[in-house]
Design a protein around this ligand. Structure first.
Ligand code: ADP
Length: 486
């Protein structure tokens, strides 16, 4: 390896510290194929030190006033905004997403999450509860849960961590974060910004590695709670390993987009295509399948082809590029397998259908539209996580609901209809945590509650502003005997 390769260090107790781990990973850009950094996996000793630092810092941090913690959050947001362009550039190079259209907005939203948390924590009021005994005053305090292990994925390498970090620390928790092994550089850069903005030592600590390090972290006795975003298989492993530790789990989705017979078809096509191709489809709330009423199928398909034409695959740094490479080979292989399976079972490739040759890496998957996708396909049953818009024809509203709900996942859905009555019928009947009417499955705002539906494998708890803060804190009840009546 060239001596100039950047070597990432752990960030523990306010300092960059060389890892004592022996396994070293190379981070290779999906955009160019160049080696960006070498990253040692954290050793057991590193996990011990990081969790000890978070544990030691927590009472001091929680003892500050909400206003003092909010000031730190605003200072971090200011510095993120100041360094936005370079921060986003490295994010694109490591993750693959278009710089101007996606990476910069990701960074802006990363800053916004700190602003939201800074203001939410000032309004985290609790109740004073009427008492049966007139001498008692019963009140509740909202207190931080303690030390969090945050385990995060590679599709939004700053935005997903901040969805846990900002509300978590604003409320007085401390955190050890293990970013995805595919995108650790973004977290290292993000940590540098938080430190430069004046985050006190030990409040956020960073270690690197894959599942083994993650498991060691979540099971460590210094860790009280877990914040996880990733795949449902990993979520289940974590929950099993962590036992009774409290967790906030946001796992996979299989987002259906339902196109009713009365939909504005051009709008539905725009939304379905956006949800399918944004971030090369690597979003937990992506359009994973499109259930289109058979009465409008042909016209809708025509609109989809028109809308998809705008989604140019290419270099994420070139203006006009809408889709960059996929982030990593295992995910690209899953896309290969899902398309192959659908086609073998009778689906037709309308657009794309293969990786693009002649690119700097093999990860440039063509934006793909499939028609006549069967119900017994991987595309319908599992999360594909690639740039795909697969059309499944349904017989009407009841059929759409039954196909949509016949899934072990239930995160997000979209419905296109001109009827308010229909919209609410779907909103109530779909077994997902979030329903978007007349916009893409990918529509979200940073402060809205987002998460899985009970009875599915998409997780529990809510990501998004105040709702995450509520999840990452708890009520402590205080009963005061006032000493009796005079
Ligand atoms: P994705 O499909 O987004 O890569 P994963 O669920 O594989 O999702 O990974 C999400 C995060 O979970 C990553 O940071 C990964 O290293 C971590 N991880 C994987 N396996 C485990 C495990 N057994 N325990 C804790 N963390 C894990």
């Amino acid at each position: 390896m060239a001596t100039t390769t950047r070597v990432l260090q752990n960030f523990i107790g306010g300092e960059w510290a060389e890892s004592t781990g022996e396994t070293v990973r190379e981070i290779v850009s999906p955009v160019t194929g160049e080696t960006l950094a070498a990253v040692p996996d954290a050793s057991a000793e590193d996990v011990e030190r990081a969790t000890r630092a978070a544990r030691a810092a927590q009472p001091r941090w929680a003892a500050l006033s909400a206003w003092e913690r909010a000031d730190v959050c605003h200072a971090i947001a200011d510095l993120i905004e100041e360094r936005k362009e370079e921060f986003a550039r490295e994010l694109s190079l490591e993750q693959g997403k278009p710089w101007r259209g996606e990476a910069i907005p990701d960074i802006e939203e990363t800053a916004e999450n700190f602003r939201i948390a800074a203001e939410d924590v000032k309004r985290l009021e609790t109740a004073i509860i009427p008492s049966r005994d007139v001498n008692k005053k019963i009140l509740t305090l909202r207190v931080a849960n303690g030390v969090y292990a945050a385990i995060t994925p590679w599709n939004f390498p700053t935005l997903i961590p901040v969805e846990l970090i900002a509300p978590g620390i604003a409320a007085g928790n401390t955190i050890v974060i293990k970013p995805s092994e595919w995108t650790p550089i973004a977290m290292a850069n993000f940590m540098q910004i938080m430190a430069d903005a004046g985050l006190p030592d030990g409040v956020v600590n960073v270690i690197y590695g894959a599942g083994e390090v993650g498991e060691r972290l979540v099971t460590h006795p210094n860790v009280d709670c877990i914040g996880f975003v990733g795949s449902h298989g990993t979520a289940e492993k974590i929950v099993r390993a962590a036992g009774l530790k409290r967790s906030l789990i946001e796992a996979s989705g299989n987002g259906p987009v339902i196109v009713c017979e009365d939909a504005d078809l051009a709008r539905a096509a725009q939304g379905a295509v956006f949800g399918g191709f944004f971030c090369a489809g690597q979003v937990c709330c992506a359009t994973e399948r499109v259930l289109v009423d058979r009465r409008v199928h042909d016209d809708f398909l025509e609109e989809v082809v028109k809308a998809a034409a705008a989604w140019k695959l290419g270099d994420p740094f070139e203006d006009g590029t809408m889709v960059g490479p996929m982030n990593n080979e295992p995910t690209a292989r899953k896309m290969d397998a899902h398309v192959e399976d659908a086609v073998a079972k009778g689906a037709e490739v309308v657009l794309g259908g293969a990786r693009d040759s002649g690119r700097p890496t093999g990860l440039y998957w063509q934006p793909t539209v499939l028609d006549n996708v069967g119900l017994d396909t991987l595309v319908n049953r599992e999360e594909t996580f690639g740039p795909i818009v697969p059309l499944i024809t349904v017989a009407g509203d009841d059929d759409a609901i039954s196909v949509a709900n016949d899934s072990h996942l239930g995160l997000q859905a979209a419905v296109y209809t001109r009827s308010l009555n229909r919209a609410f019928r779907f909103a109530e009947a779909l077994r997902v945590g979030n329903v978007v009417v007349n916009d893409s499955t990918d529509y979200w705002e940073a402060h809205e509650p987002f998460g899985g539906a009970p009875g599915t494998r998409s997780g529990w708890g809510r990501i998004g502003g105040r709702y995450t803060m509520l999840d990452m804190t708890d009520l402590k009840t205080v009963v005061v005997d006032t000493g009796g009546l005079d």
